[in-house]
Design a protein around this ligand. Structure first.
Ligand code: DLZ
Length: 167
């Protein structure tokens, strides 16, 4: 099965982010990977019109802490969307499963609790090479994909709000 390149998207379908504000939470575990995800996300947001001062980046120790980092953004800032970036690499124990489940549930809950796009930019791979392939390597960059998803979700929310205002 062919794997999709994470950095490929239809340019014309990406909304302009000029008026939008984003929070990015980056896990420090596997930082060679997550730092690359962050650079991809920031570059993609800027490429689509988001101003430097409207991109707020905070770091957390590991992927398990991404949920609370996201909650801090939702509680203490006025961002339009939050991007969670992390990388969990399969080890010998079941730690991998617990972290992945925790972040997946945590991110889902934040979306619902705050009625705010919280984007799941977590790489969950068997080894480091698979992660690097998806962090600016041969399969693109999950950070780019997360940024495009964030732009689209903010535009969708704005669209709903505009329609409601017209009623
Ligand atoms: C403990 C741990 C392990 C074993 N592996 C990873 C990983 O691959 N990726 C990651 O982001 N974090 C890992 N962590 C750290 C946990 O996410 C968390 O920071 C600690 O369990 C403390 O809560």
């Amino acid at each position: 099965m062919a794997t999709k390149n994470l950095s490929e998207y239809v340019l014309s379908s990406v909304p302009d982010g000029n008026e939008m504000k984003f929070g990015i939470v980056v896990s420090e575990w596997n930082y060679d990977v997550t730092g690359a995800l962050m650079r991809g996300a920031v570059d993609t947001l800027k490429k689509h019109g988001v101003q430097d001062e409207d991109i707020l980046v905070k770091h957390v120790p590991g992927s398990f802490e991404l949920t609370l980092g996201g909650q801090f953004f939702a509680e203490y800032t006025d961002v339009d969307a939050i991007i969670l970036l992390g990388c969990v690499i399969q080890g010998e124990t079941r730690h991998f499963d617990f972290i992945c489940q925790g972040v997946t549930k945590g991110a889902t809950d934040l979306n619902i609790k705050y009625n705010l796009p919280v984007i799941f930019g977590l790489l969950t791979t068997e080894n480091q090479q698979q992660a690097l392939d998806r962090a600016g390597g041969r399969l693109g960059n999950k950070g780019d994909e997360a940024a495009v998803t964030a732009l689209k979700m903010v535009a969708l929310q704005n669209n709903f709000e505009d329609e409601i205002k017209q009623d």
